[in-house]
Design a protein around this ligand. Structure first.
Ligand code: H79
Length: 575
């Protein structure tokens, strides 16, 4: 009897343990702590670098084979020239560390089908088809391991423009596809190679699902989890079978998303793969603020670099990343392992992250000497600047905190104030909670995804500019509400425009997928004499839970180079 009891007790313990050790759950918890990673797009496309036969191609550089409809036989020639003699795995991994990144994800195979590692499953790979003859991924995985950086592979499982049965290449292979031939012949064996040859992978990053069936994706998932149970799989494996969610490329949700773990993949300029001409680098101040924004909403930030064909990460990318790293060195406590904001995000002065007993206020746009913060019901015992440890003076009355701050920002990018509170988790006034959508929601240009090569964000005026040149590509803003904005709204625009440039038609659209809006309101931009004003828009905007994004554009194209759009305000009908 005694022995039986002992056995029962042991069995119970092992069940509990098995639960606690679910490898995917444990890996997700580690992933959530990391917050910030390096994405690397490196492949044959770095040779043309945006130009083919003397012609420049707009758009993302790694798509050049598709954009220029380059025949497989011609594109294959690039492999014979690919010789990245300046590649140094330790330098790349060290750069990621210097940037404060905790993980690194690199293209093992992009849509062009070329394997950037030594693959036995296809001779179209860097070891067998280039003069370089080495496997850079062996070096890189080892360099990451030496520095405690988590490592993962990007693998394009669905599009493969090199294969007759892969998706995407209709210029060489216009006929029907037998996905099964491609899937069994290339995808499964290559994914097996990646999961068995490069040590433990933190994650595998699939992209652009479309052709593979539920059964195929299930098999792919099982293969990954059988070989490495703690390797995470992103949502772009398709059919809802990922472990965590990707937002669209360069898209930050407008709100806290707390139901599942997620990640924003983003570029430093307008391309993933190296493109000679693209020097449209984002401002480090903007990236540092976006990191705080994403973490405050519960996400991870995966920032991309596109090395040259020689194996060099562009100087400008390095500078930007080291600037972010400096900020993180002093302020990392408010980022790594921090929880999302307990508050709704009313403006762009601040963002908030948490740890037990602590609340971090990220001042990303300096509020000036008198800063009022409302909605915190927990008692604040102490407040100090995270980077300098100097105390911050404040008064607390009920749920209102009044701070006395220096007239100018302590940190030019993001000044973090630590609040030590009397509760383990902050108590928040019900009408300020993160999951309580207020009757009036601001869609700031700052939080939008900027579409088009000309459009810019100007931090000084907190507005998007350069909507013109629609003859080349539409320049527009997209916001991602993730189901949080269901309802009917009146809309107001906050903008400035010179009187001379007034008159353009604007369109606010509501989109189900990456297609034209299924619902829209239009109006005309009136001159404001260059000053910022808030003006109502005629009509009602109807948003349903399955709407993917909301856009603002000047569809008729003549447009106003001088329009500065700061925000749209949505005011719920009946409020
Ligand atoms: O790897 C990066 C991109 O190459 C990949 N995802 C990130 C991480 C990606 N693949 N597809 N897309 C992103 C969607 C892109 C669609 C477009 Fe196009 C490519 C729009 C313009 C160029 C396809 C070709 C649709 C229009 C032309």
């Amino acid at each position: 009897m005694r022995r039986f009891c002992l056995w029962l007790a042991l069995a119970a313990v092992s069940v509990v343990k098995a639960g606690a050790q679910d490898p995917t759950a444990a890996a997700l918890a580690r992933f959530d702590e990391m917050k910030f990673g390096m994405f690397i797009h490196w492949g044959l496309y770095a040779i043309p670098a945006g130009e083919w036969k003397g012609q420049y191609y707009r758009g993302i550089g790694e798509w050049i084979m598709h954009h220029a409809r380059i025949p497989v036989r011609e594109y294959e020639e690039l492999a014979r020239q690919f010789n990245p003699v300046k590649f140094d795995a330790d330098q790349w991994a060290q750069l990621a560390r210097d940037a404060g990144m905790r993980y690194l994800v690199i293209t093992a195979k992009h849509h062009d089908g070329f394997a950037m590692y030594g693959s036995k499953a296809s001779s179209y790979n860097i070891v067998d088809a280039t003069p370089y003859k080495r496997d850079p991924m062996k070096d890189l995985s080892a360099a990451c391991a030496r520095r405690g950086l988590a490592f993962g592979f990007y693998y394009s499982q669905d599009q493969d423009w090199h294969e007759p049965h892969g998706r995407g290449n209709t210029w060489d292979f216009p006929g029907e596809r037998k996905p099964e031939i491609y899937f069994r012949g290339k995808v499964l064996p290559q994914v097996r190679e990646l999961l068995t040859g490069y040590g433990p992978l933190a994650l595998i990053w699939f992209d652009t699902p479309g052709m593979l069936s539920v059964a195929q994706v299930k098999e792919l998932r099982n293969l990954v989890k059988t070989l490495q149970p703690s390797c995470l799989i992103n949502s772009r494996i398709g059919h809802g079978m990922g472990d965590y969610l990707q937002t669209s490329d360069n898209a930050i949700p407008i709100q806290v998303l707390a139901k599942q773990k997620w990640e924003v993949p983003a570029t430093l300029n307008n391309t993933w793969g190296y493109k000679k001409r693209d020097q449209n680098w984002k401002d480090p101040a903007d990236l540092i603020a976006k990191l705080a924004d994403i973490v405050s909403k519960g996400g991870n930030y995966l920032l991309n670099v596109g090395p040259t064909a020689e194996g060099v990460i562009p100087e400008a990318s390095q500078r930007i990343l080291r600037t972010i790293g400096k900020w993180l060195e002093a302020n990392g406590e408010a980022i790594y392992g921090a929880g999302h904001s307990p508050f709704y995000l009313p403006d762009i002065t601040w963002r908030c992250t948490t740890k037990p007993g602590r609340l971090y206020l990220h001042l990303i746009n300096w509020p000036g000497p008198n800063f009022r913060f409302e909605g915190l019901e927990s008692k604040v015992n102490r407040a100090w600047f995270l980077a300098t440890r100097k105390p911050v003076s404040f008064q607390q009355k009920g749920s209102v905190l009044d701070f006395r701050l220096p007239p100018r920002p302590v940190d030019p990018y993001n000044t973090v104030i630590v609040l030590e509170i009397a509760d383990e988790a902050p108590r928040v006034a019900p009408d300020r909670r993160y999951d309580r959508i207020p009757a009036q929601v601001d869609l700031w240009a700052w939080t939008a995804r900027l579409r088009g090569e000309e459009i810019r964000y100007d931090r000084a005026s907190l507005s998007a500019t350069n909507f013109h040149k629609a003859e080349t590509e539409r320049n527009e803003l997209w916001w991602y509400p993730y189901g949080s904005l269901e309802g009917e709204y009146r809309v107001e625009l906050t903008y400035a425009c010179s009187d001379a440039a007034a008159g353009s038609v604007f369109r606010i659209g509501v989109h189900r997928g990456n297609q034209p809006p299924h619902h829209e309101v239009r109006g005309r931009i009136e001159g404001t004499g260059g000053k910022f004003v808030t003006r109502p828009v005629d009509g009602v905007l109807r948003i349903s839970p399955d709407d993917l994004f909301i856009s603002f554009s000047l569809p008729e194209g003549d447009a106003s180079a001088s329009l500065q759009l700061r925000k749209l305000t949505l005011i719920r009908k009946g409020s």
